[in-house]
Design a protein around this ligand. Sequence first.
Ligand code: 8YV
Length: 327
Amino acid sequence: MSAKLKVVLTVKLPDSVETRMRELFNTTLWYTLSQMPRDQLFAAARTADVLVTSINDRLDAEFFSECGEQLKMIANFGVGYDHIDVVTGTEKGIIITNTPGVLTEDTAEMTMGLIMAVSRRFVEGAEIVQRGEFSAWSPTFLLGRRIFGKRLGIVGMGRIGQALARRARAFGMSVHYHNRKPVSARISDDLQATYWDDLDQMLSRMDVVSINAPGGPGTHHLLNAERLAKLQPHAILVNTARGQIVDEQALAAMLREKRIAGVGLDVYEREPAINPELIGLPNAVLLPHMASSTVEARTDMGDRVILNVKTFQDGHRPPDRVIPAML
Ligand code: 8YV
C-alpha cells in the first residue's frame, strides 16, 4: 500500500468530502469560510504534497516561486483554472487537476434561471411584494419580454454552453453560438444550432446572449466596449462564466444609458468586489457567484478531487489533469 500523501485544503469543503479525505490521505482541513491568507497559502505550499485549492487562491508565478520542492500536485476544486499559472506550475513538474463535467447541469440551470429572471423581471417583482407595495394588478405593470421564440447566442459552446442550449430549446428559443470551431454535426443537428464564426455578427442579431467560455488571457475583455455596442437595445446579456470576459465598466454605462435591456451576472471582473456602478440598476440581476452552488455539484466536485488525488497517490496519472496545451 502506498504511503498517505500530505494533503492541505485551502478551502472549506462539504463535511462528507472532508471526512473521506481524512480517511484516505494525511489531510489538513481549512475550517473557516474565509479565504486562506496568502502567507498561509505559501506556508502550506512549503509543506504539502498536494494542495486542494479554489478560485479564491491566486496561484501565479510568485506562488510557484514560493512553493517547496515537495509540492507535487494542485487539485483544484472547480472546473475553471484561470487563477492558476498552469504553464509555470507544469514547468516545475507540478500536476494540476480540475473538476470538469460535474457542475455542468447546475451552471446551465442557473444560466437559464438568469435568462428568465432578467427577461421576466423576477427580482423587481419579488421586491415589490416584500416591500408590501403590491396594491393592484394592472395590464401594464412590470412588463417583461417573452423568451419563447427568441434567439439565444451562446459565446463558448463547451459542456456548459451545450447544456444551456438543450434547456433553451425546451423553452422554445433558437440556438446560435460562437466558438473557436463548430461543434460536431451530431450535436449541432440535435440542438438545431447555428454557428457564427464572426462574434460581432452574432451579437448584433441576438435577443439574448450568454457567456459560457473559459476565462484567461484568451478571452479577457472578449466583450469590450466596441463589441458590447453591437448588442441590440432590447437584448439581454447573461454571464455565469468569468467576469473578466466582459468590460464591466462599459457594460454598466450601457445599462445606465439603456443601450441594452438588462443583464444577469453571477461573476465579476474583480470578484468578490462588485463594480459600484452596477449596484442599484433595476435592469441588473446580480448573484454572488453561485451558479454551481448545489449540494449535488459540491459533493460531486469533492468526489472528483478525491478521485484525482487518490489516483495520484496510487501512482497513476490523475484523470482530470490540466496541461498547458489546453490553454
Ligand atoms: C466554482 C466555478 O464554484 O468551477 C468553477 O470554475 O466558477 C465555480 O462554479 C468555483 O470555481 C470553485 O473553485
